[in-house]
Write a protein that binds this ligand. Structure first.
Ligand SMILES: [Fe+2]
Ligand SMILES: [Fe+2]
Length: 174
């Protein structure tokens, strides 16, 4: 592990006051996809750190791995919460999708705690998490995002109600 890898991964988002949350689906999707990319990047970095043929970790490197793993989980949780909020706003959050998020949040945290600092177990945990994440991104997320795209297209054709400030409206909202 090189010294540069000891730097903690960047936070997933800037604070809301620096980067106001977007209101339109195309901007929301862009941010969510950016989060997907960064989560995948964090997973790849962690998998490299845990490579079975890598050198033994110093105490500082082991602590950096712990920190990066916890940060990965925190960022994943933030992403899942934001994605749920926006998909729900567009009427595209299915019950099964929400359940998959909840299950992933619970099992990934339990898995990390069970691994402790065992490098081989942590590697298996990371591989399982990456498998889930990629399948979830290509499956339920991709389907829900295309429904949200269609819903946002429909909403853009609805007339603005009197006194509205031109915000996106949830389909079916009066
Ligand atoms: Fe996602
Ligand atoms: Fe999702």
């Amino acid at each position: 592990m090189t010294a540069s890898l000891l730097r903690p991964p960047a936070q997933l988002n800037s604070p809301p006051h620096c980067n106001p949350w977007p209101l339109l689906w195309p901007d929301q999707r862009l941010l969510l996809e950016r989060q997907h990319d960064r989560l995948e990047q964090q997973l790849t970095t962690l998998l490299q750190w845990h490579h079975p043929e890598g050198t033994a970790w110093s105490p500082e490197e082991a602590a950096a791995c712990d920190h990066a793993s916890q940060l990965l989980l925190r960022n994943l949780k933030l992403h899942l919460r934001l994605e749920e909020r926006w998909l729900d706003k567009w009427g595209c959050l299915r019950h099964g999708h929400r359940l998959a998020h909840r299950h992933a949040s619970e099992t990934t945290l339990e898995g990390l705690l069970r691994c402790g600092r065992d490098r081989d177990r942590r590697l298996a945990w990371l591989e399982a998490l990456r498998t889930w994440f990629v399948a979830h991104r290509d499956g339920p997320d991709a389907r829900a995002y295309s429904l949200a795209h269609a819903a946002s297209q429909r909403a853009s054709f609805l007339p603005e109600p009197a006194g509205s400030q031109g915000l996106c409206r949830r389909p079916g909202a009066r």
